[in-house]
Design a binder for this molecule. Structure first.
Ligand SMILES: NC(=O)c1ccc[n+]([C@@H]2O[C@H](COP(=O)([O-])OP(=O)(O)OC[C@H]3O[C@@H](n4cnc5c(N)ncnc54)[C@H](O)[C@@H]3O)[C@@H](O)[C@H]2O)c1
Length: 330
């Protein structure tokens, strides 16, 4: 039987979720967006039931799952209402822009029986899963040192960046909350939570906004030393993540869709390449993982607790960039 899924917020990523849940063949999808023009276009294009008001959508029928794809400062309130409705809840990243009610959400998600997860989409990328598998097997020993260099030309990927949540920290904007959060979350997933960081950030290039588009972070994830360099103006869209362990190194090149291992004593990298994937393929895999989670199957998706930890990273990075001081994360 198809699962009834409501997509709340059908902008850039919400429309992709709507399309990709439909393409799983396992979901009957409905759309909700407070922008009437956008909603009508999406409803016609995908032939779905549609609601301009979230409360009206909830009153209309019972949903098995609700996807929250609105700007980050609205996620927690909408997720709490979705949990009260009795649905499984899938929340876009970042979990929020502040800690208000995050504890309430964590408690409600632990107490209620519905499945909850956060859409940190790197968790379903085969090259990340491959690297994680190598690390978890333990043959390389403990991770000791991580470095990430990543970036893309944001205006190419998101031409409307001057008109959306991206323009303000309060709505989840800037490079830290929008882009670095994906990488920080995945590093935490691979080597454990961040315990301390220093962040330097600046607006370097993007026209029409003042939020930071360039970030350097030096962090500790307990005993692992971590370094991030990210910008949103460079021409190549690339992500290279290196994890050096006691007995060898793992490298992920997101733009090559591959992960590689270099064991101590080896002469060269041992490469593993995923079958070529389009962006929608990854989001279909993510939608399937959420539907599996609703059926109580194990999934690689980020938990609310993991996303709450990454929210601490985001807020500490913003505070460090403002104050010029290193921040301890409890
Ligand atoms: N995982 C990814 O790769 C990825 C990519 C882009 C964005 N995101 C995240 O997804 C979220 C949305 O980003 P976006 O780029 O789609 O933004 P967007 O501005 O394109 O879309 C947001 C939509 O939400 C609607 N909305 C806002 N409040 C609403 C409410 N209360 N009820 C109903 N609709 C409401 C708006 O009308 C808008 O259409 C953000 O948290 C962002 O960080 C994730």
């Amino acid at each position: 039987m198809n699962n009834a899924i409501l997509i709340v917020g059908c902008g850039s990523i919400g429309e992709r979720h709507l399309r990709c849940f439909q393409r799983t063949g396992r979901a009957e999808v409905a759309a909700c967006d407070s922008n009437a023009v956008l909603l009508q276009r999406v409803a016609q294009q995908y032939n779905v039931a549609n609601f301009i008001d979230f409360r009206v959508a909830l009153a209309a029928r019972k949903y098995d799952g609700i996807v929250i794809a609105t700007p980050a400062h609205t996620h927690v309130e909408l997720a709490l209402a979705a949990l009260r409705h009795g649905a499984a809840v899938f929340i876009e990243k970042p979990l929020s822009t502040r800690f208000d009610k995050v504890d309430e959400l964590c408690t409600a998600s632990a107490r209620l029986k519905q499945f909850t997860a956060v859409a940190y989409v790197y968790h379903v990328m085969p090259w990340i899963l491959g690297a994680r598998d190598v690390l978890r097997r333990g043959t390389l020993g403990r991770p000791l040192h991580v470095s990430v260099a990543t970036g893309q030309h944001f205006p190419t990927f998101r031409p409307a960046y001057r008109e959306i949540y991206y323009t303000r920290h309060e709505s989840g904007g800037g490079a830290i909350q929008d882009a670095l959060t994906h990488i920080a979350n995945v590093v935490e997933w691979l080597v454990g939570p961040t315990t301390r960081l220093f962040c330097d950030a600046a607006h370097q290039a993007l026209e029409g906004v003042t939020v930071e588009d360039t970030v350097n972070v030096t962090a500790r994830n307990d005993n692992v030393l971590v370094n991030y360099a990210l910008n949103q103006f460079q021409a190549p869209s690339e992500m290279t993540l290196l994890i050096h362990c006691e007995a060898g190194s793992v490298r992920v090149e997101g733009h090559e869709q591959r992960w590689s291992v270099f064991r101590r004593g080896a002469k060269e990298w041992e490469h593993h390449k995923a079958a070529p994937l389009e962006r929608d393929d990854i989001f279909i895999a993510q939608a399937n993982a959420f539907l599996d989670g609703m059926r109580r199957k194990p999934t690689p998706l980020a938990t609310i607790a993991e996303a709450a930890q990454t929210l601490k990273f985001n807020l500490a990075a913003l505070e460090s960039a403002r104050s010029g001081k290193a921040i301890e994360i409890s």
